[in-house]
Design a protein around this ligand. Structure first.
Ligand code: DGL
Length: 243
């Protein structure tokens, strides 16, 4: 079983890509919507929350854990790897290197949570690939609105916060909730090139499983879903988004 976690249903944008590469895997998806948003919490708070989920997933028998949340990855993965040296952790990060590889000359907007943008992990990535034409935009509250699913509120937020960036070429979707609202973002910014880390993280998961000879084939696709708020509507939305 492969564990996938996020502060809500946003990680579905990652799981969708993983399934393309591992179509017969057994996954357990942990949506921690009770604690959403992670992005405005302190590092210690996020670490304690994520560590508890990791302990739960390991107890269920997970062979690998995907941190399908940029904030959790940015804050926790280094510490988790040193506390659980035998566990395979695969961590997403904002796809800023992809901008460097595919469109380095373009004006770039990186959208992510405060927690991600202020993390050492992200800042190291940013300084390594900075094209001097990049704006870092902390989208406080946006993941929460997407999680709640009221598109009118989401559109209003985008209208109020993104309009001034009309004209950018590249948009890094540095939170796994944001790929779910690509079209809404496009409506405000016009034609842009989107970059997100879900394909990269899925490839890395497969690569690491094969490198370590870990058997991930379950003969058929199985996805268990757990939401910490026990709100039944979450699973319905999650499964719809997965299609
Ligand atoms: N999906 C999380 C991320 O990728 C959500 C952020 C949050 O909970 O604030 O960063």
């Amino acid at each position: 079983m492969i564990g996938v976690l996020d502060s809500g249903i946003g990680g579905v944008s990652v799981l969708r890509e993983i399934i393309k590469l591992i179509p017969k895997g057994h996954f357990i998806y942990y949506s921690d919507s009770v604690n959403n948003p992670y992005g405005d919490k302190s590092k210690d708070e996020v670490y304690v929350i994520v560590k508890n989920i990791v302990a739960y997933l390991l107890d269920k028998g997970c062979i690998a854990i995907v941190l399908a949340c940029n904030t959790a990855s940015a804050i926790c993965v280094k510490r988790l790897r040193s506390e659980y040296p035998d566990t395979l952790f695969i961590a997403i990060e904002p796809a800023y290197k992809m901008v460097h590889d595919y469109n380095p000359e373009g004006n770039t907007l990186v959208m992510a949570t405060k927690g991600t943008l202020e993390s050492e992990k992200f800042l190291a990535l940013y300084h390594k690939y900075d094209n001097n034409k990049t704006t870092l935009l902390s989208c406080s509250g946006l993941a929460d609105l997407i999680e709640k699913g009221n598109m009118e509120d989401v559109n209003l937020y985008l209208e109020n916060n993104l309009k001034k960036y009309k004209g950018v070429d590249n948009v890094v979707l540095g939170c796994t909730h944001y790929p779910l609202i690509k079209e809404n973002i496009r409506r405000v910014l016009g034609v842009v090139k989107f970059f997100d880390g879900s394909v990269g993280v899925s490839k890395e998961l497969l690569r690491q499983l094969e490198l370590r000879n870990i058997n991930y084939d379950n003969n058929e696709l199985k996805i268990d879903f757990i939401d910490s708020s026990k709100d039944d509507s979450k699973e319905k939305r999650f499964r719809e988004l997965l299609k």
